[in-house]
Design a protein around this ligand. Structure first.
Ligand SMILES: [Zn+2]
Length: 138
């Protein structure tokens, strides 16, 4: 996968303030405020920074957390996981493998009948692409 590198100024110019805050500053949107928390349409969620396809709608579930939640990524190499020790917690940060943008965190309290994982994402980090037949990751 070709990595995308941009300067902070380029990102600031291209992204909305909300997208910039989440993707480039590892911010978290307030719960229940994101555009995609309750969306059930069929399609693909892409990275708002680089359009890389990240999640399919068929792995999305209602977690009650107030953020869009997915049980799996579209493929293991589209996201990068790393330990995040901020806020006196050890969490797993999820970033976009292509542009390095911060997406959210990964928890292990997802649906037991699938992966048991919960990708807790920020709507501002995602762009929803409504397609009937989700594309394969490139
Ligand atoms: Zn990206």
């Amino acid at each position: 996968m070709d990595r995308i590198e941009k300067t902070d100024e380029q990102w600031r110019a291209e992204l909305t303030p909300e997208q910039y805050e989440v993707l480039r500053r590892a911010g978290t949107e307030r719960a229940f405020t994101g555009a995609y928390t309750d969306l059930e349409d069929s399609g693909v969620y892409r990275c708002a920074g680089c359009e890389s396809p990240l999640f399919r709608s068929d792995t999305k579930f209602h977690s009650g957390s107030g953020w869009p939640s997915f049980s799996d990524a579209i493929s293991p190499d589209v996201v990068t996981l790393k330990k995040d020790r901020s806020f006196l917690m050890v969490r797993t940060e999820v970033t976009c493998a292509r542009c390095g943008g911060h997406l959210g965190h990964l928890f292990d309290d997802g649906p037991r009948e699938t992966t048991g994982l919960r990708y807790c994402m920020n709507s501002a980090a995602l762009d929803f692409d409504p397609v009937e037949d989700p594309v394969e990751p490139t």
